[in-house]
Ligand binder design. Structure first.
Ligand code: HDD
Length: 697
């Protein structure tokens, strides 16, 4: 498929797209001449029942809501395509993975888990990463998360887990938060949650952007090749922009400043033509190696460390088209783990087995019956030919007398398929007693939680400790806090002591067992991609008298590298420059906040700097960005804005020549070197070595 060509899904949707450029009609196509006044018996009289237009209009409105998803209710989606790097026919018969010539249209929906549909984006939570591949052999759904493990091992516990994390049932508080007693009560009593809780308390749970987030299929799935040979497979999505996160304090403030932060970021990037991309990778394990690990491949609370089985990149996902209508597409898209294509099969992971029941079941309720696959966003591009008839909202007009298999009256159609493209379930021998037990091989709940902890950079560990303290500090019951601390003691003694000390409970006296000392560097965000500044937002603070040359010196190369640069002043409009010109202001800083930007530049110009330094709003903007470890650049007189209470190292640097101190670039004028240094810092995401505890922002 050429880059400018429209894919099969896009073309298919043309038949469903409707523009509002025709005269207003009723649902039955009758033109309407007045939709503001209902039909009345007398100008001041009662409304008449025969006003079919008013009744229809109000009735439709009354029925506009459908049940939101019971989990992952809040989300945002986009279309795009997937292209393999190479053929994978040695391990899978899946046609969409057969080679770079096969480009498959996709729809991806990102989501948070716990909050309701209108909740804020930047809560501490797992993110969903669900991909529908519209393959030529039918739809394949990879319904994953941005964390590679899960809370529980058996799907029968999913309702318990979700009930515990959702708002508490008696007062429906708190919304989209995990910092409350019921979740941590559940966690304390279910040690199998511990590995996942470590990831959830890490920075992974507050991604800077969906574009900067990994995705994982979580379960071990099975590839099956044309000869019927199976290979275990774990799926990984790696963002081309690297995996980067917010700071917790910042994330909380964004919830108020822009609850749509992640959704907007995705939408805007695609509108700007900066298409988000991920590489799909697989970890492959031969059937005969199933038992060579010190954990069970069927246990979804475990990763296969990348150092043991490397991730092989197999293709690229690009999101390049925003939906036309949120409800029709993003809300009505229906994912299902059992939507598989030939070459991809399940394993006996008990979590996956439950999911294969739950997703279909939930769509039947949520989308009002069994014909939801006919909804445009769900409709396959592969031809559908079956004997399913009737049901609510049947949209297809099936012709012919027969709707049963084994017929002569319909010429035997639809006939059974043959050859390639037919789904064959993997032949696996299973036998055993009918028992309600958990396999012994699922019993180790702590080793990988420890592995994760051991693998984190110092700043990641600090954030983790702070997160546990924040969350447990919101639990009213000390007993709940204490029980979690006791579990953490099995992960790492030092960690449990530090958490306990922050939340007023007894630190464990002795370690529950020695830390095994093993690590997996790949799970640290330190091992991600740094450098690209595409779509990163830079605020340039200006006032009358600003040094226009300094503004341009930063703006031009940053925009050239793909960053979004906005000029902010006390009010909208324009400001005069020291050179006698004017520059347009993009926004008033009173309407935004530093938390919505990745970095700040304060250009020179004595008058501009004086005005900004005298404005609490501008000073707070810089201080807060500093507090959140963001790169700051100040040029010439702009360094006035860095004056106390920023630490001496930074402010004293202002008096010198061009230099970088604690992630702050200060220079007498905007030279190429300082702009390049600032761009490097922007691409490095945050300057974590900067101490910020004493910064009052
Ligand atoms: Fe689930 C939605 C991911 C376990 C039951 N799940 C849902 C979505 C994602 C995941 C990304 C949103 C899809 C969308 O955007 O529409 N779920 C996961 C992952 C899991 C997992 C990665 C563990 C590895 N889920 C899981 C279990 C069950 C469910 C064990 C039930 C036994 N999940 C559902 C659901 C949802 C759902 C109730 C709600 C809406 C929907 O399915 O379509 O069926």
């Amino acid at each position: 498929m050429a880059a400018d060509e429209r894919d099969a899904k896009d073309r298919q949707l043309d038949g469903d797209r409707v523009d509002s450029d025709r005269p207003l009609t009723t649902d039955t196509g009758v033109k309407v001449g007045d939709t503001d006044n209902s039909l009345r018996a007398g100008a001041r009289g009662p409304t008449l029942l025969e006003d079919f237009h008013a009744r229809e209009k109000i009735t439709h409105f009354d029925h506009e809501r459908i049940p939101e998803r019971v989990v992952h209710a809040r989300g945002a989606g986009a279309y795009g395509h997937f292209r393999p790097y190479e053929g994978l026919s040695d391990v899978t018969a899946a046609h969409f993975l057969s080679g770079p010539d096969v480009v498959t249209p996709v729809f991806v929906r990102f989501s948070t888990v716990a909050g309701s549909r209108g909740s804020a984006d930047t809560v501490r939570d797992v993110r969903g990463f669900a991909t529908k591949f519209y393959t030529e052999e039918g739809n394949y759904d990879l319904v994953g998360n941005n964390i590679p493990v899960f809370f529980i091992q058996d799907g029968v516990k999913f309702p318990d887990f979700v009930h515990s994390v959702k708002p508490e049932p008696h007062n429906e508080i708190p919304q989209a938060q995990s910092a409350h007693d019921t979740l941590w009560d559940f966690v304390g009593l279910q040690p199998e949650t511990m590995h996942m809780m470590m990831w959830l308390m890490s920075d992974r749970a507050i991604p800077r952007s969906y574009r900067m987030m990994q995705g994982f299929g979580v379960h071990t799935f099975r590839f099956v090749n044309a000869e019927g040979r199976g290979t275990f497979v774990k799926f990984h999505w790696k963002p081309m922009l690297g995996t980067h996160s917010l700071v917790w304090d910042e994330a909380q403030r964004i919830q108020g400043n822009d609850p749509d932060y992640n959704r907007r970021d995705l939408w805007d990037s695609i509108e700007r033509g900066q298409f988000p991309e991920w590489e799909l990778g697989v970890q492959l394990v031969a059937e005969e190696d199933e038992h060579k690990f010190d954990f069970d491949l069927l246990d979804a609370t475990k990763i296969i460390p990348e150092e043991e089985v490397p991730v092989r990149p197999i293709g690229k996902l690009t999101l390049n088209r925003n939906p036309d209508n949120f409800f029709a597409e993003t809300e009505q898209v229906a994912f299902h783990t059992a939507n598989v294509v030939p070459g991809i099969d399940f394993t006996n992971d008990p979590l996956l087995q439950a999911r294969n029941f739950s997703y279909l079941d939930t769509q039947l309720l949520r989308l009002g019956g069994s014909n939801f696959q006919q909804i445009p966003v769900n409709r396959p591009v592969a031809p559908v030919s079956n004997n399913q008839r009737d049901g609510f909202a049947q949209h297809r007009v099936h012709r012919g007398r027969t709707s049963y298999f084994g017929n002569s009256l319909g010429g035997g159609c639809p006939a059974l398929g043959g050859g390639s493209g037919v789904y064959h379930h993997y032949t696996e021998k299973v036998e055993g007693d009918k028992v309600r037990v958990r396999s012994e091989s699922f019993a180790d709940h702590y080793s990988q939680a420890t592995l994760f902890y051991n693998s984190l950079a110092d700043w990641e560990r600090e954030h983790l400790v702070e997160a546990f303290r924040f969350e447990l500090g919101h639990c009213e019951e000390l007993e709940v806090r204490q029980r979690v601390v006791a579990n953490l003691n099995h992960v790492d003694h030092g960690l449990s002591v530090r958490v306990a000390e922050g939340i007023g409970v007894e630190p464990p006296e002795e370690e529950a067992g020695p830390n095994h000392g093993r690590s997996s560097p790949a799970v640290s965000q330190l091992s991600t991609t740094f450098g690209p500044v595409v779509g990163r937002k830079v605020a340039v603070l200006v006032a009358d008298g600003v040094d226009e040359a300094a503004v341009d010196a930063f703006r031009e190369p940053l925009v050239g590298a793909g960053a979004v640069v906005e000029l902010l002043a006390a009010t909208d409009g324009a400001v005069r420059t020291s050179e006698g010109g004017v520059v347009t202001v993009d926004r008033a800083y009173t309407t935004v906040s530093s938390v919505l930007y990745d970095a700040v530049v304060v250009p020179g110009g004595p008058e501009s700097a004086r005005t900004l330094a005298g404005d609490g709003g501008a000073r707070h903007f810089v201080l807060e960005a500093y507090k959140h470890h963001k790169p700051v650049a100040a040029v010439g007189a702009g360094t006035d804005l860095l004056a106390p209470p920023l630490p001496d190292e930074v402010t004293s640097a202002a008096a010198g020549t061009a230099r970088t101190e604690l992630g702050v670039v200060v220079s007498p004028e905007a030279g190429e070197e300082s702009v390049a240094e600032f761009t490097r810092l922007l691409g490095a995401h945050r300057y974590w070595d900067r101490p910020t505890a004493s910064v009052p922002a």
